[in-house]
Design a protein around this ligand. Sequence first.
Ligand code: SF4
Length: 215
Amino acid sequence: MNETLEICETFLSIQGESTFAGVPCFFIRLAGCNLRCRYCDTPYARAPGRRMTVDALADEFRRAGVRTAEVTGGEPLLQAATPGLVRALLPLGTVLIETNGTMDISTLPPDAIAIMDIKCPGSGCSEATDWCNVERLRPHDEVKFVVESRGDYEWARDVALRHKLAERCRAVLFSPTHGRLAPDELAGWILADRLNARLNMQLHKLIWPPDRRGV
Ligand code: SF4
């Protein structure tokens, strides 16, 4: 396919933020984002990128020699060609799409796996969530809350319970904001509430320095 997308970077790394954490993964980071989260660790992804064709990206995934690809950003669903890219990657392996919850996820092919953020108030961007996406979640999708305070935790817990997220999708992930919330504190809150959620550490930041972008 000759459709093109604006790309920030591609790299091979260890998947760090879902139930797929730990597997070798080929990352395609698309350029551009519609949010400005306070804790954003990829602000460089908001800058204009270089154009690459769907075919060239699928070829890079094939040559990377791993079974999982993740399309991330920025916000990958801002680009109209992203569903076509995902369709081209799916015959080559498992495809994850990390999205910030503001764009319609029903445009994704059925076999793709959405890892959908629901932005907590601490991000400064929780007002932007498209709540219709909760209804669009498929059983194999995952939802992630990045939590930086007790207030964020209570907000996320209440959203998860009100929308019965654990029944709608494969996993509800609670991730402490790196360097701002101690993981043991978040673990204690989840246990105290017997919450049907999964503590999600940003594995790549435990393995390598937080600013490292991959190999
Ligand atoms: S959605 Fe992601 S890339 Fe965009 S500002 Fe927030 S953390 Fe950064």
